[in-house]
Design a protein around this ligand. Structure first.
Ligand SMILES: [Zn+2]
Length: 266
């Protein structure tokens, strides 16, 4: 069974904190926990490393976490803040002479293979080899256990208003970035988790736009029952210390580098 280590590689909203131009917004620049790269996590067992999303900060994130090999990427959706570091995967293909499996739903894989077509095929007789091997979750895969290497997980469909995004359950930890709502079926896949790492970008928005706010998370968690809720995808309006004071009991702001452990169970 073993354990999984989940690391917050980034918990920033689409622009990161500070945003380009050294814009810290409401965040205190002297608190290192306000320095947020774009939202991403790694999941590591003894033998396997999976990363969720490859945003614009991908190379820095992987180097800082000292990850030297990636067995697969799970993509939540194809928005730029989650995919645009995809080109960095070329360096892993070159190093290990092996295409990297990328998993998502049909819509996301279709978008990636249009926007980054050169990553999905051999070009110039293989001088530029294919970098990515796409794997598409079927409708019947959602809420059911999947395995990559020796890491077990459950993919979950989420409503992100502009598209369907994917969330994931690893043992007793749920990861739900870029989400405004969950169907009953998706809620049941998260039921019983201990910790929910979840989209908090809608904190200052009522009504909800494309990211969840705290009232929505409380409503969903009444059914899910997570004991701890860690907000990710946090904007430059969300100062770490200020959020600690504002958030309801059981809610915490993530910070880059934060680690969680969970059993590698289905
Ligand atoms: Zn996003």
């Amino acid at each position: 069974m073993g354990q999984l280590k989940i690391t917050i590689l980034g918990c920033g909203a689409s622009g990161g904190v500070p945003a380009i131009g050294n814009n810290w917004g409401e965040c205190d620049p002297t608190n290192p926990r306000n320095n947020r790269m774009r939202s991403s996590i790694s999941i590591q067992s003894e033998n396997t490393t999976i990363v969720v999303d490859t945003g614009p900060d991908f190379r820095h994130q992987i180097n800082r976490a000292n990850i030297s090999k990636i067995d697969a990427i799970l993509y939540t959706h194809a928005h730029g803040d989650h995919v645009a570091g995809i080109d960095e995967l070329r360096a892993f293909q070159r190093r290990y002479k092996k295409a990297i499996p990328v998993y998502s739903n049909q819509v996301t894989i279709d978008k990636l293979s249009r926007q980054f077509d050169y990553m999905f095929k051999d070009i110039s007789n293989g001088f530029y080899p294919k970098v990515l091997d796409p794997y598409i979750f079927k409708d019947t895969d959602y809420t059911l256990p999947q395995t990559i290497g020796d890491i077990n997980f459950v993919p979950v469909e989420q409503d992100h208003a502009t598209c369907i995004s994917l969330g994931f359950r690893f043992g007793n930890i749920g990861y739900s970035t870029d989400m405004i709502n969950l169907s009953d079926e998706s809620i049941s896949a998260f039921k019983g988790i201990d910790t929910w790492i979840v989209d908090g970008a809608g904190y200052f928005y009522d009504p909800i736009t494309v990211h969840a706010n705290v009232p929505r998370l409380l409503e969903l968690n009444e059914k899910i029952g997570a004991k701890k809720i860690y907000l990710t995808h946090m904007s430059l309006m969300m100062d770490f210390e200020d959020m600690l004071k504002r958030l309801p009991d059981g809610f915490y702001p993530c910070y880059d580098g934060l680690e969680f452990l969970t059993d590698n169970i289905l």
